[in-house]
Design a binder for this molecule. Structure first.
Ligand SMILES: Cc1cc2nc3c(=O)[nH]c(=O)nc-3n(C[C@H](O)[C@H](O)[C@H](O)COP(=O)(O)OP(=O)(O)OC[C@H]3O[C@@H](n4cnc5c(N)ncnc54)[C@H](O)[C@@H]3O)c2cc1C
Length: 403
């Protein structure tokens, strides 16, 4: 079977990319190892995704936002960063950038469900679910993709969106910098006595990192806890009642009583940055290109940006009558996406290392970083502007106004 583009992986990035090509005239094949029923109704994986203003705009444009139930959308008004037992923290307020809120929180399975519903309705996307890519071969006439079920697909371009541990990236001979933090991250929905006031917390304490992500219900949040794997195993061995008490204690009872309200989902923490985002007739999007540590909540936001950049490149090639696999186009996508992601990727790796290290120098540096954030308002404004900019309009307006 012949297609213009074969996308490997129907996760959030692969689905959004397929949706972005709708109406372009390109015939797209989407290959996913999970069965179709699981894509249509994905399991709750506990992840609550903080999305920026720009990402919301992109999701709206793709028709995905409107398919998400309002009860799956939380408001992220402001964020508070705490260090140790101190009650005072660093506040990231949307007012610093003239906005009403920093962003939104969407359940990952709600994003996946909505994105799949959009893509399933597209006449020019052909889904191969329950299928794995066995091999990809480049020939003069195009790419030849063999699936483990025996089918052969031909395409002008292959786009890998098959996770940070992408097998397709590896098979294409593209390496990646991988950093295993040696920690496990638990995400768990919990109900709590005190209201969350739509404020996210990032709390660095001895031997653990805690975060609280406010959900739609004022007394329900996603609790994110990072621990060394053995301590995480012990924690997860507890029953719900004991886990509720344990969490309330970790939060120093600042939220009152807490109770488990969702599945316990644990993830190994590995940051990944591909050496290249493109090769002959081949490109990477989503976590396959940039797999962020979740502490700065940017993996999906970058995935959205990257797929949008690649899809726009393909559309403008079509408009010029140029091939969609042209090396110049793929290099330009790579440059653009690297420039958009590398600075925050590096900063996130440093931050994640600093905040999960309990040795004295790291603790002192943390204090210094928080105090720099508190006393140098432009730093905080930069962070807030990055989250709230829907496009560059607001920043340009501020520049023009000399602020
Ligand atoms: C705990 C946690 C919290 C997070 N919080 C945030 C946040 O607040 N904000 C944010 O922006 N991001 C966040 N992220 C990151 C975000 O979840 C990811 O960036 C995003 O899910 C990546 O999407 P993807 O489609 O690239 O990859 P994935 O979601 O990994 O999907 C890959 C797909 O490819 C399929 N696949 C894999 N191999 C093959 C194969 N060989 N053949 C066919 N199919 C294959 C898989 O089955 C899967 O469906 C968080 C991540 C975690 C773990």
């Amino acid at each position: 079977m012949s297609f213009d583009v074969v996308v490997v992986g129907a996760g959030p990035a692969g689905l959004c990319f397929a949706r972005s090509l709708a109406g372009s005239g390109l015939r797209v094949a989407l290959v996913e190892r999970q069965e179709e029923a699981l894509l249509a109704d994905p399991a709750d994986d506990g992840r609550e995704i903080a999305v920026t203003h720009r990402s919301r705009q992109l999701l709206q444009r793709l028709g995905i936002w409107d398919r998400i139930d309002a009860r799956d959308i939380g408001t992220l008004r402001e964020a508070l960063v705490l260090d140790g037992a101190s009650r005072d923290g660093l506040i990231f307020s949307p007012a610093l950038a003239g906005a009403q809120q920093l962003g939104w929180l969407l359940s990952n399975h709600a994003i996946r469900r909505a994105a799949f519903a959009e893509v399933a309705a597209l006449p020019d996307v052909c889904l191969f679910a329950g299928a794995r890519v066995a091999s990809v071969r480049m020939e003069a006439a195009g790419a030849v993709i063999s699936l483990d079920g025996g089918e052969t697909l031909r395409a002008q371009l292959v786009v890998a969106a098959d996770s940070r541990f992408s097998e397709t990236r590896r098979a294409a001979g593209i390496g990646a910098n991988m950093h295993d933090f040696g920690k496990t991250m638990l995400v768990l929905r919990m109900r709590h006595e005190a209201a969350h006031a739509q404020t996210a917390w990032e709390w660095f304490a001895a031997g653990q990192t805690l975060a609280l992500l406010p959900l739609h219900d004022p007394h329900t949040s996603s609790v994110v806890l990072t621990l060394p794997p053995r301590r995480m195993q012990a924690l997860l061995a507890q029953d719900d009642a004991a886990l509720g008490l344990d969490m309330a204690k970790r939060f120093m009872n600042r939220l009152g009583a807490m109770e488990v309200a969702g599945p316990r989902c644990a993830y190994p923490l590995v940051g990944v940055y591909a050496h290249r985002f493109a090769a002959e007739r081949f490109a990477l999007v989503g976590d396959a290109a940039v797999g962020m540590h979740p502490v700065t909540a940017h993996g999906f936001n970058f995935g959205l940006l990257g797929q949008d950049a690649l899809a726009s490149g393909l559309r403008s090639a079509l408009a010029r009558g140029a091939p969609i696999w042209s090396p110049a186009l793929l290099r330009s996508y790579e440059r653009r996406h690297r420039a958009a992601t590398l600075p925050l990727y590096v900063a996130t790796q440093l931050l994640a290392g600093l905040y999960t290290d309990d040795r004295l120098p790291a603790r002192a540096l943390r204090k210094l970083a928080l105090s720099a954030g508190a006393h140098v308002p432009p730093l905080r404004r930069m962070v807030v502007e990055g989250l709230t900019a829907a496009n560059d309009d607001r920043r340009q307006a501020r520049k023009r106004a000399g602020r």
